[in-house]
Design a protein around this ligand. Structure first.
Ligand code: DSN
Length: 432
């Protein structure tokens, strides 16, 4: 048995090959730095719920309205998840069945739009998501997406261009405006977006996949409401596995008037049987997110991200928009080394045990496959209890590895240092 093992004897006996692969991944997660902004380490309780007997049950439908017998316990599980989520987001309506964020977005589009209708959303190359109208995604093929972006770079720049969004909304009269992004580090205030939407008679969907944990902790404005407490976004979608630190999956919260249409669009419209084991794990994560400890965790996530951004800047990396309000940092590599692409940097850092992803920066001269940027997040490092001091150490590893990328000995040395740092800050599945 490997030193890194949570694999039980059953799996080991039945499928040693797979058991070994899980051990291998566990070792990778415990001995390298997890800086992908959309990842985190769940608690053991979340993992246990995911691995529970609930995986055996078919439960098509919703609590009290199932198409199969034997669902009285499952109904209680799903109701618990729904009630906890409603209380986290102060949401009139919640649906915990989406298998992913992409499915959550698809269900909302399916519920509230007709094919061909116009939607305004952030362009992928400006920080938006594939499901916000990319031509290679169902969204871009079924609906008429018009893209907005960020302001030019410079002091106070690279933030969502709300004036342009306003002008586009007037010009195109969209049925829906989508806000929320996948590579954008600043707070998006819902107030002005709601006002623009009201002027043109549009719905607002906020994709909170990245910031759901920050919202749950109350340190990012809840997009369901404007500052004065009136309605903000009509619908908020998100994933449960990023800052929210739950199992891999999605969820939707909304104001009451959209609840029935969204539920119907997700099932029977779009998905089949819900993954009740995952829904149980979501319920655990929502309970954890309701605690004061979770709020202080999220405060540390943002504190670490701000410190990490500064440490990277000190070492010659340009941070897009000049910093971050969240867990996410988007770095422009061109100031550090004009010849270094995001793809190459990601590969070098992988060899040094630093896991992150390449990402286009606004106005990127390189393609989405190559890119000139890297995206980092501090959610997982903070779960492993790293603090501001470690952010400086990690920034130094990154700069050193990229500077000395041709020197295999140096990369190996950094890999070993990364390993010992990670062993000092184990993820929850190894922490004593
Ligand atoms: N939401 C994406 C990310 O930010 O990594 C995955 O689709």
């Amino acid at each position: 048995m490997s030193e890194y093992s949570l694999v039980g004897s059953h799996l080991r006996d039945v499928d040693p090959e797979l058991g070994h692969l899980i051990d291998e991944e566990m070792e990778r997660q415990s001995t390298s730095l997890q800086l992908i902004a959309s990842e985190n380490f769940t608690s053991l309780a979340v993992m246990e719920a995911t691995a529970s007997v609930l995986t055996n049950k078919y439960s098509e439908g919703y609590p009290g309205k199932r198409y199969y017998g034997g669902n009285s316990t499952v109904d209680k599980v799903e109701t618990l998840a729904i009630d906890r989520l409603k209380s986290l987001f102060k949401a009139p309506h919640a649906n915990v069945q989406p298998h992913s964020g992409a499915n959550a977005n698809a269900a909302v589009y399916f519920a509230l739009l007709k094919p061909g209708e116009t939607v305004l959303a952030m362009r992928l190359d400006q920080g938006g998501h594939l499901t916000h109208g990319s031509p290679v995604n169902f969204s871009g093929q079924l609906y008429n997406f018009v893209g907005y972006g960020v302001t030019p770079k410079g002091p106070g720049g690279e933030v969502i261009d709300l004036d342009n969004l306003h002008a586009l909304a007037r010009e195109h009269q969209p049925k829906m405006i989508v806000v929320g992004a996948t590579a954008y580090s600043r707070v998006i205030e819902i107030d002005r977006v709601r006002d623009i939407a009201d002027e043109v008679g549009s719905l607002v969907m906020f994709d909170a996949a990245h910031v759901a944990g920050l919202i749950a902790a109350g340190i990012y404005p809840n997009p369901l409401f404007k500052k004065d407490g009136s309605k903000g976004a009509d619908v908020v979608t998100f994933t449960t596995h990023k800052t929210l630190r739950g199992p891999r999956g999605g969820a939707i919260v909304s104001h009451d008037e959209y609840g029935a249409a969204i539920d119907k669009a997700l099932f029977p419209g779009f998905q089949g049987g819900p993954l009740e084991n995952t829904i149980a794990a979501k319920a655990v994560a929502f309970l954890e997110a309701l605690t004061p400890e979770f709020r202080s965790y999220q405060e540390k996530v943002v504190e670490n991200a701000k410190a990490f951004a500064k440490e990277l800047e000190t070492r010659g990396f340009r941070v897009v928009s000049g910093g971050t309000d969240t867990h996410l940092i988007l770095v422009d590599l061109q100031s550090f080394d004009i010849d270094l692409s995001g793809k190459q940097a990601q590969e070098v850092l992988d060899r040094a045990g630093i896991t992150c992803n390449r990402n286009q920066i606004p106005g990127d001269p390189r393609s989405p496959f190559v890119t000139s940027g890297l995206r980092f997040g501090t959610a997982a490092m903070t779960t492993a209890k790293m603090g501001v001091k470690e952010m400086s150490i990690v920034a130094e590893y990154i700069a050193a590895a990229l500077q000395k990328r041709e020197d295999e000995g140096e990369i190996k040395r950094i890999r070993e240092e990364v390993r010992s740092l990670c062993l000092t800050f184990p993820p929850p599945f190894l922490a004593k």
